[in-house]
Design a protein around this ligand. Structure first.
Ligand code: JFZ
Length: 481
């Protein structure tokens, strides 16, 4: 044994004895990042945002070879439809990749105008904007270096859609967020497959579609998902990520989730992460380690959740534009979703599915405009408000806000009473001022037992959807329990 080999041997020994220490440091590092919580107050204060589903699926818009499709009406799921001869021929996914990819050549949304999209969000009273950077089909709306299945490398359009939107968000002071499908990916080998074999509307049927091996999924996750998320951070500095998982998945392990969370925390410490990253089902620490609790699609809870939360909701049944779905929700319903959630401490993210040419459908524009004109008047009863801890009236909702000059309770009247009187239960202080928010016209008030009675100055609701009354108090009249 020469002196040299002895030295080498010792070095190796020293290194090996240090290995557990390195592992320990890495673990402590992970724990540090997992437990770091950025400030999510701005998000909660914002209350209202725009969600956009835009991609290759926006072109067929729910119709393939003359047939109406879209799982559960979801036009962005068009690739997974049954009823095609190829179904199950290659692992259970409906439209074969080559056929779906004929959409790449057609993807040329000449009417896409980032400035116009963000201006419409702004004018609707929205404070933030969220778009499908990559949906389940795997197609990226930015020039990704990680995979050429993207707008710049695979379509004639070539433009960086996300860069243009980021610039417009900056201009209009709108916070930018990205939806990123980190788990389901039908366009990259190893991505999770859709669990459902049918086009029916039911979610709870036995999954029969074969999933990739754990090894392949981990490869996909580390070679596509994490690097693309890093790219999104480096290129566009989003204020938050909306990831999308909705069930217990053996593949989406605690280790992988930690890696993704650490990636975001390390490179963008202020960026918020939502619970549909999969913490609800797939992480032992649960949703406590994320910043925004996301409800399931179009689900509106009936009380406050005691944490920052949001519901993402559609205007049609579909998220991606569906040209054969006539079920556009009435404006009154959309406004009430916003007020319901606000009164319960949550946000509302209203989705628009732009058409294949990049323009917003007219029914969406009309809804945004009307919501915007309601918000022009009533926005102060929405932004930066808190739930009011009084019994929730059947005829409406309450929001509250501490301002420098007064504490205000906003009474959102859904059903205008024929006798022109309303009662707020368990409120036994008289307001200094009470008035209709739109006109400033006074509203009468009086105490009756432990209730506050309001006497309305008109027979007909000035706004048939929601009329807001303001009650001003010197200090918060509601005891915080
Ligand atoms: C997911 C997406 O699949 C959908 O396309 C859209 O992007 C939406 C915002 O998020 O939707 C799902 C899918 C399945 C369930 C819930 C939401 N599920 O089974 O409960």
């Amino acid at each position: 044994m020469t002196l040299f080999t002895v030295m080498r041997f010792y070095k190796l020994l020293v290194l090996m004895s240090l290995l557990p220490l390195f592992a320990l440091i890495a673990k402590a590092d992970t724990a540090k990042y997992i437990e770091a919580k950025p400030d999510n107050q701005w998000f909660s204060d914002a209350k209202f945002g725009m969600f956009i589903h835009f991609g290759l699926y926006s072109i067929p818009a729910g119709e393939w070879k003359g047939e109406r499709v879209g799982r559960n009406w979801y036009a962005e799921w068009i690739r997974t439809q049954q009823g095609f001869p190829e179904y199950n021929a290659e692992g259970g996914v409906g439209i074969p990749r080559a056929e779906y990819d004929t959409l790449l050549d057609q993807f040329n949304p000449q009417k896409f105008d980032a400035d116009a999209w963000i201006r419409m969000a702004k004018e609707a009273g929205m404070k933030y904007f969220l778009i499908t950077a990559k949906h389940h089909d795997g197609f990226a709306l930015w020039p990704s270096e990680v995979s050429d299945y993207n707008v710049a490398d695979a379509t004639p359009f070539k433009r960086d859609i996300l860069a243009e939107l980021a610039e417009a968000c900056e201009k209009y002071d709108i916070a930018l967020g990205f939806y990123y499908s980190h788990w389901q990916d039908w366009g990259h080998p190893g991505g999770a497959m859709p669990p459902w074999p049918t086009n029916s509307g039911e979610w709870d049927i036995e999954p029969t579609v074969e999933q990739p091996s754990q090894e392949d999924f981990e490869k996909y996750f580390r070679k596509i998902s994490i690097p693309q998320v890093l790219e999104l951070i480096e290129n566009y500095q989003p204020k938050f990520f909306w990831f999308d998982n909705w069930e217990k998945s053996e593949m989406l392990t605690e280790e992988l989730l930690n890696e993704l969370i650490v990636t975001v925390r390390k490179h963008s410490p202020e960026a918020l992460i939502n619970s549909r990253i999969g913490t609800t089902w797939n992480h032992p620490k649960g949703d406590a380690i994320v910043d925004i609790f996301s409800m399931m699609d179009n689900v509106f809870p009936e009380k406050s959740l005691g944490r920052v939360w949001e519901t993402s909701g559609t205007m049609q049944r579909s998220w991606g534009y569906h040209k054969l779905d006539p079920a556009w929700k009435p404006i009154k319903q959309l406004l009430r979703h916003l007020v319901d959630n606000t009164s319960r401490g949550g946000n509302y993210q209203l989705n628009v599915g732009p058409k294949g040419d990049g323009s917003f459908p007219l029914p969406a524009i009309r809804r945004l405009r009307e919501i915007g004109s309601w918000m022009d008047i009533n926005g102060e009863a929405i932004y930066e408000t808190d739930p009011v801890l009084l019994p929730e009236p059947q005829w409406g909702r309450l929001t509250g806000k501490q301002a420098e000059d007064a504490y205000r309770i906003y009474v959102h009247v859904y059903d205008w009473p024929q006798d022109r009187t309303l009662a707020l239960q368990e409120l036994s202080s008289l307001p200094q001022n009470a008035y209709l928010l739109e006109s400033g016209y006074p509203v009468g008030s009086g105490l009756k037992g432990s209730n506050l009675k309001l006497e309305l100055p008109v027979d007909v609701a000035p706004d048939e959807r929601i009329t807001v009354i303001v009650l001003e108090f010197d200090e918060n009249p509601v005891e915080i329990k």
